[in-house]
Design a protein. Structure first.
Length: 334
């Protein structure tokens, strides 16, 4: 039996089988060609796309979506650049909505504050099969994941990178939005409120959603800390912080927020803030040049590390207790 290499042959693909195809560039070749043709012909260069100048590279690591590096090399017209395409299966289409909208809202804000995320170059839908495949084209970012670099890091670098990541998260948390008011942005309202993710803040289960989110985050964090304990030397640190101290902090803060949510109500005019929700060791890229800067710096890093993958971005209501925690953490890190 011949091996399937045409995307239309996978219109019946299910989530359980998705990983079998999402690193195969031959299957997604037509999507990548259409995306790059659109980008080059209309968005930027207004010149003819030439397929032979396009190189498609399969990923080194797997993720939830089909991600490929696209290298375009037209030396004759001096159009040479690298980019990354992310193709979202139909059962992850909401990830596409969240990630692309987050980039449109937050990219400039993060860049202005010396933090770097891939820039959304264009987005579209491939509709030439029985399924619609949403895709997004992002700028290419150099560097290796912190997971690959971890064994090379000195203790000082680990501490300074941790401080840098915490500064990024505080900046992310500090940007608030009134998603439910008449903000003249239907996209924000539709993506983050009126959908199956949070349904509507006018119905009671929205509070249950946030309580469940916090509870699951606490469990996942404690589980991850237990895994880290086996290969991180918590007995050799400069701040006398133990693994139990960190676990206790997570439990207390999460329980405090849950308690407040149980006692209060989520109002229609509630402010919300973004939280990353999936900042793993694969979602921070650092170049060798940048890595050396963390020997003695935690800010003004140039070129800056790149934070990746905002498909699991979440919003949280900025209740007074949560704001107090964020403000306290901001003050302690100043």
């Amino acid at each position: 039996m011949a091996t399937k290499v045409c995307l239309s042959d996978y219109d019946d693909i299910k989530e359980d089988n998705w990983s079998k195809i999402f690193t195969n560039k031959d299957i997604f070749k037509d999507v990548m060609i259409e995306c790059m043709k659109e980008y080059i012909n209309r968005s930027i260069y207004n010149v003819e796309f030439v397929e032979e100048y396009l190189e498609m590279i399969e990923p080194e690591t797997e993720g939830s979506c089909a991600v490929f590096i696209l290298k375009y090399n037209d030396k004759e017209k001096n159009i040479i650049f690298d980019s990354v395409i992310k193709i979202y299966p139909y059962f992850y289409l909401y990830d596409y909505d969240k990630e692309t909208l987050f980039n449109e809202i937050m990219y400039e804000h993060l860049i202005e504050n010396d933090f770097h995320i891939p820039k959304l170059l264009m987005k579209g839908i491939y509709c030439k099969t029985g399924l619609s495949w949403k895709y997004a084209l992002y700028s290419f970012c150099n560097g290796s994941s912190i997971a690959k670099l971890y064994k090379e890091l000195t203790l000082k670098q680990k501490i300074n990178i941790s401080i840098y990541v915490s500064r990024f998260l505080r900046l992310l948390n500090s940007k608030t939005f009134d998603f439910t008011s008449n903000n003249n942005n239907d996209n924000v309202d539709n993506v983050f409120i009126h959908n199956s993710w949070v349904d509507s803040l006018n119905i009671g289960n929205s509070k249950d959603y946030f309580i469940n989110l916090i509870t699951k985050s606490k469990i996942a964090s404690l589980k991850r800390l237990s895994e880290l304990e086996s290969y991180i030397d918590f007995d050799n640190n400069q701040n006398d912080i133990s693994i139990d101290d960190i676990k206790q902090f997570i439990e207390c803060e999460c329980d405090s927020i849950v308690q407040f949510l149980l006692e209060g109500e989520i109002e229609e005019e509630e402010l919300f803030f973004f939280t990353h929700s999936d900042l793993t060791e694969d979602h921070l890229l650092i170049s060798k040049t940048t890595l050396n800067m963390f020997d003695d710096k935690t800010s003004n890093i140039n070129p800056p590390p790149t934070f990746l993958d905002f498909a699991d971005i979440e919003i949280m209501p900025l209740h007074p207790s949560i704001k107090e925690i964020l403000d306290q953490n901001q003050h302690q890190s100043a």
